[in-house]
Design a protein around this ligand. Sequence first.
Ligand code: ATP
Ligand code: MG
Ligand code: MG
Ligand code: MG
Length: 560
Amino acid sequence: MRVSKLFMPTLREVPSEAETVSHQLMLRAALIRKLASGVYNFLPLGLRVLRKIEEVVRQEMNREGAQEILCSALLPSELWKESGRWEVFGPEMFKLIDRNDREFCLGPTHEEIFTDIIRNEIKSYKDMPLNLYQIQTKYRDERRPRFGVMRSREFIMKDAYSFDTSWEGLDESFNKMYRAYNKIFERCGLDFKAVEADTGAMGGTGSMEFMVKSDIGEAEVVFCTSCDYAANVEKAPTFEAEILSSEDMKNIEKVETPNVRTIEELVKFFNTTSEKFAKTLIYKADDKVVAVMVRGDRDVNETKVINQLKCINFEMADAETVKRVTGADVGFAGPIGIKVDELLIDYEVKNTKNMIVGANETGYHIINANFGRDFNGIVGDFRNITQGDRCPKCGGSITINRGIEVGHIFKLGTKYSEKMNATFVDEKGEQKPIIMGCYGIGINRTMAAIIEQNHDEKGIIWPISIAPYKVIVVPVAMKDDEQVKVAEEIYNKLNDMGVETLIDDRDERAGVKFNDADLIGIPIRITVGKKIKDGIVEFKLRNSSEVIDIKVEDIYNRVL
Ligand code: ATP
Ligand code: MG
Ligand code: MG
Ligand code: MG
C-alpha cells in the first residue's frame, strides 16, 4: 500500500477527550474515529489490526477443534424470556420493537441463541463434544462507556460455547479453551495472567478471567507473593479467621445447632428467611458459622448464591463422593432438600474437621469447606479483599494490581440447558441436560490492551504478529530518482514475497514520514537515503533505537 493513497488521517495533537494512552494513540494513529458515546468506526489501519487479532483467535480456536459459525445480532425476546435474562440484563440490553410489535434485542452475548441452535439439532451423546464459536458484534448499553474501544457500547467479541455429555467432558473442553486463550494472548504480545474469577461452587477453576496488567484496568486482581493464587478481588474471599481446629469442632459437637434441629424447623426456616437468601441456610454455633447449605430451585441458582458467599477452596463433590464421606445416600433432587439437610447436620456433628456445604442436587455438594478460609460471618457480610489481607489459599502476603479483562472462560454447567430444555439421550437411553461452557474474548478491547502495553512517547509499537503492515519503506527525498526507484523495487519485491509492506511515497520531509511510521507502529522501517549510491539502506526496528546500515540485497533475508 502507498501511504500517499492510504486513508490515514493521523493527528499531531493529543485529542482532549481521550484519557488513556491507547485511546489517544488509536485516534492519533488513525485507527478509529468516534461516532457517538461508546460507538466507534474503524479506519483502514485499525481494521487491519482487528482482522489480525481475529485471525490469531480463529487459528487457536480451530486448533482446539472449535467450529466457527455466525449468528444474528438481532435477537427475538422469546429466548431471553425462556432463560429469564430478558429482565436480568436490565438497562444494559438494547431492546427494540419491530413493525409488528415483536420485541427484539441487540445481542449482548449469545448463550440463549447457541443453546437454541443446539437443542434443535443435537439429540444423542454421539453428537458431542461440540464447541461452536463466532466472531461477532455485541451490543451493551454500558452505564459508563470509557477509554475508547476498551469499554464501548458496540464491540466485537469472539464467543464460544461448548456442549458436553459429562462434567469430565466439560473440564476437558474448558481446559482446551484455557490453552487456546494462553496461546492467543501470548501471540498478541501481551503480559497477562489467568486469574480465578467466579470461585465458590464451581471450585477454583470454574471461571477464569484473562487479565492484562495495566494501571488503567478497571478490574482489581489479587496476587499471592508466595503461591500461584491470583483472583479478581471481587471474587477473592477475605481471610480473617483461622481454619477451625479439631478442638473447635469438638466444641461444636457439643453445641446444638440453634436454628434447625428438626425437619419441621428446617421447613420453617425456608419459609421465613428473606427472599434474597431464601435458599441459604446458615448453621451457627457459638456465634460462628459452622456450615452453610445452599439450595436452589428453578428460580435460584445455587452457584450464584454460593458465589455470594464468596467461598473458595471448595471442591465440588458429586453424589459418590458425598456418599463416601458421609456414608449416606444423597445426590438426588428432593422436594426441598430435607434429606440432605439431615445428613448435613449429621455430618457436621459427627466430623471434626471438614464440612460439607451444598445443595440438594447432584453436583452441588461441596466438601472440605472451612470456616474462615472459605467463608466467614454471615451471608452478605463480606467485603472485598484488600492490601494487608492474607492469601486465601496459603495464608501468605498478597499484592493487588489493576488489570484489563480481555477474556473470560466459564463453566456454565446445565444452567441454560435446563431452563431451555436442551437435552440429549445418553448411552443408557436416558434424557439428560447438555453440559455447557462459554468462552469470550473482546477483540477490540484486546487491541486497546496491546497498545497500553506496547507503546512509547512516539506512538504504538505493534508486535509483529498483529501489526497492520510489517514493513514501511521510506524514501528520504522524493525528488531523488534513484532513492525512489530503489525504494519502489524493495516495496514491490517485499509485497511479492508476501510481506505486507507500505511505501511512504508522499512528498514530505523525512521527519514527517518517520514520525508517522513511529506513530502507527510499523515494526520494521527501511530508509532509502543518500547511502543508496553505495547500495546501502538503513534498517530499523520500531522497538529499538538502533539504526543498521545494510546492503539492499540483504534486506530480504532479514525481513523474513
Ligand atoms: P467487564 O467486566 O469489563 O464489564 P464482562 O465481564 O461484562 O466485562 P464478558 O461478559 O465476560 O464481559 O464478555 C467477554 C469479553 O468481552 C470480556 O472479557 C471483554 O474482553 C469483552 N467486553 C465486555 N464488555 C465490553 C465492552 N463494553 N467493550 C469492549 N469489550 C467488552
Ligand atoms: Mg460488563
Ligand atoms: Mg467482568
Ligand atoms: Mg467477564
